[in-house]
Design a protein around this ligand. Structure first.
Ligand SMILES: Nc1ncnc2c1ncn2[C@@H]1O[C@H](COP(=O)(O)OP(=O)(O)O)[C@@H](O)[C@H]1O
Ligand SMILES: [Mg+2]
Length: 251
């Protein structure tokens, strides 16, 4: 049983239980369930949602158990296969982004909401809202936390994308920028750059168009108030064109 991150997870037969702690906001649990139900309808490979229930006073989501390993475990166990696994990871992200899910919240609205919640100066918040406005408007299915621990590979080698609490519809490059940023937060810079290059090579996207999202995404992430991320995120939030240019050179 895993009790990390204010939730418990366990398996019973072919069912995977994700039981949140008592403090968890009911609306957030129902939102995650609803997102998952909408995404299921796109036909993307995800575990089906079987039940939303209360267990001993705690809200829980029950999904079909995928027996296998996460891509994160596989990357840990076989570091020499990083390039191959990242290519697979990118293919799955592209497949997801090819889907449309018009019922989901718009990524742009979510970002505007987060920027308003930051403690940044009014001027900077104004700049960030404008930056969002200037970004191309797309309607791809975006995961919001697309990382290797949210991809489960079953014993036959079929991949499933899980953990839909942050799903939105919007600009695919923003979703890629978030994945890139979170690899950097985890101090996996080599992996971050490798991933971004593969994504841009496969999709035809420009690295610069992805990096342009970083100040917005860093401001959004800063709302979580995770102390060890503060310095890193501040750096990205305040990064000017020259800074982004330098980061581009590094990738
Ligand atoms: N349906 C499932 N089948 C198999 N394993 C799962 C399933 N759902 C979640 N997991 C496992 O539990 C972990 C945590 O679940 P997840 O939904 O990603 O929650 P969070 O990342 O918010 O803690 C995943 O990384 C994966 O290892
Ligand atoms: Mg997860």
């Amino acid at each position: 049983m895993d009790t990390s991150n204010r939730k418990e997870t366990y398996v019973e037969g072919d069912r995977f239980y994700k039981v949140f702690d008592r403090m968890k906001n009911k609306a957030d649990v129902l939102n995650e369930a609803l997102n998952q139900a909408w995404v299921e309808e796109t036909g993307l490979s995800i575990p089906s949602l079987l039940e939303v229930k209360v267990i001993d006073g705690c809200w829980a989501l029950v999904t079909r158990y995928i027996k296998g390993k996460t891509l994160e475990q596989m990357l840990e166990e076989e570091p020499e296969k990083e390039e191959e696994y990242l290519r697979w990871f990118v293919d799955l992200q592209l497949e997801m982004q090819s889907k449309r899910c018009p019922a989901l919240r718009k990524h742009r609205d979510k970002m505007n909401g987060k920027i308003s919640q930051t403690d940044l100066s009014a001027t900077l918040r104004y700049d960030l809202h404008n930056r969002i406005e200037s970004m191309p408007r797309h309607n791809s299915l975006c995961h919001g936390d697309f990382n290797p621990s949210n991809v489960v590979i079953d014993e036959s080698g079929k991949a499933y994308i899980i953990d839909w609490s942050h799903a939105t519809q919007g600009n695919a490059e923003a979703d890629v920028a978030r994945t890139f940023m979170m690899f950097l937060v985890d101090e996996k810079k080599t992996r971050a750059c490798r991933y971004l290059k593969i994504f841009c090579e496969k999709s035809g996207c420009q690295i610069k168009d992805v990096l342009n999202w970083l100040p917005i995404l860093a401001a959004s992430q800063s709302v979580k108030g995770i102390r060890k991320q503060t310095g890193f995120l501040k750096n990205l939030i305040f990064m000017d064109e020259k800074g982004l240019e330098e980061l581009y050179e590094e990738v």
